[in-house]
Design a protein around this ligand. Structure first.
Ligand code: GLY
Length: 375
């Protein structure tokens, strides 16, 4: 599957940008994919826009549990019964589940139709919707089936962030923090200094506080500050993806915090106490920065402020040392592993990335001890 040159727009005027993106494709038929949540909360932000008049709606279940082959099959069926051809266009309106699954369904329908991503969560804006990873969960494993294929255009509009609660904002912010850590000290500092809870300032829900005709937020000053940070964050991801679109090398930098983070996420799910992805990534960052400090020379004066930020904003998940073996076993399923060896991404400093680092079980357990005792 080819990777196109994806256009990522930090939105200033959603209606104008979406209109231009659709006109650039000039589709014979237009489809919009939502899940049940984004249909209720985010579709009202755009449904009066003339560029979407006559679009055929496709809706799937919300949450990661709906990221299944059955949902993909539903999207294919709706495209087929709606008369989609190779010249049709799918607009994915939702979080990472919708952009991943919709991207996959579009990439495979009639060997590929074009799609636009309109991410509605901070997590999807800074991560899932950009960079061409599409797919769905299969056989109990996350994102097990998928293809690399980029959207025609990705439009990042802070208007949708008003539909999110503070936990979901923080979840996306963890990926932004990761981008700070793998880029420059300047960006990292900006992220630690930003009042992340301020993102929710003035948030009143999708239908209120927004003028969907003009598509302008009520708190434009704050949205501008956030849009600037968002643009910097997404640029970090775009730069890395453009160097290594298929993750043979440097794209593994984007997995910082995810080796241990995914294990936390899976353990929490197995215990029936699911946590948001970004919270698990924040805790994973903490453990992997501990390992970076011990094994790769990451400076303590940069470790401690990051630790403090994570402690203050993300708290911690209760962990028992009897669960370490279980977490270790979960890490052995990480997609970055080669020949059964767990491969970490570590940092020698901010932006000094060390991929394919093998870490001993003892050191991993020591990082978990630090997490358990120190947070
Ligand atoms: N979420 C990591 C990546 O896109 O590579």
């Amino acid at each position: 599957m080819n990777v196109n040159t994806q256009k990522v727009i930090i939105s200033k005027d959603l209606q104008a940008e979406l209109t231009a993106a659709i006109e650039a494709v000039g589709p014979d038929r237009l489809f919009v994919l939502t899940d049940t949540t984004t249909l209720a909360l985010c579709w009202p932000v755009v449904d009066k826009m003339a560029c979407l008049a006559g679009a055929q709606m496709i809706t799937i279940g919300a949450s990661d549990e709906a990221k299944t082959l059955d949902s993909v099959s539903h999207v294919w069926s709706q495209l087929q019964s709606g008369g989609a051809t190779r010249h049709s266009l799918l607009v994915n309106l939702g979080g990472g589940m919708v952009t991943d699954l919709g991207g996959f369904a579009a990439s495979t329908f009639k060997r590929g139709i074009r799609f636009i991503n309109l991410p509605t969560t901070l997590l999807a804006m800074v991560d899932a919707s950009v960079g061409g990873k599409t797919g769905f969960n299969f056989g109990g494993l996350k994102n097990e089936i998928g293809v690399f294929n980029e959207a025609e255009t990705v439009i990042l509009s802070t208007l949708f962030l008003r539909t999110l609660d503070s936990h979901n904002i923080l979840s996306g912010y963890a990926e932004m923090l990761k981008h700070g850590l793998i880029s420059t000290p300047q960006h990292w500092k900006e992220l630690l200094a930003f009042d992340v809870f301020d993102i929710c300032h003035g948030k009143t829900g999708a239908a209120e506080g927004l003028d969907s005709n003009e598509g302008q937020p009520t708190d434009s000053k704050h949205d501008e500050a956030l849009a600037r940070l968002l643009a910097e964050s997404v640029a970090v991801k775009e730069r890395i993806v453009s160097e290594d679109p298929h993750e043979h090398g440097i794209r593994k930098a984007l997995n910082l915090g995810h080796t241990i983070g995914h294990a936390f996420e899976s353990l929490a799910l197995a215990k029936g106490q699911p946590v948001l992805h970004g919270y698990a990534v924040a805790w994973g960052l903490l453990c992997e920065l501990y390992l970076s400090t011990k094994l790769a020379g990451f400076p303590r004066e940069r470790f401690y402020p990051t630790l403090q930020f994570i402690k203050e904003n993300y708290g911690s998940m209760a962990l028992d040392c009897r669960e370490y073996d279980n977490l270790y076993e979960l890490m052995t399923h990480d997609k970055k592993n080669v020949a059964g060896r767990i491969n970490f991404t570590l940092l020698a400093d901010i932006g000094e990335i060390r991929i394919n680092q093998q870490v001993s079980k003892d050191d991993i357990f020591e990082a978990l001890d630090f997490y358990r005792e120190g947070v």
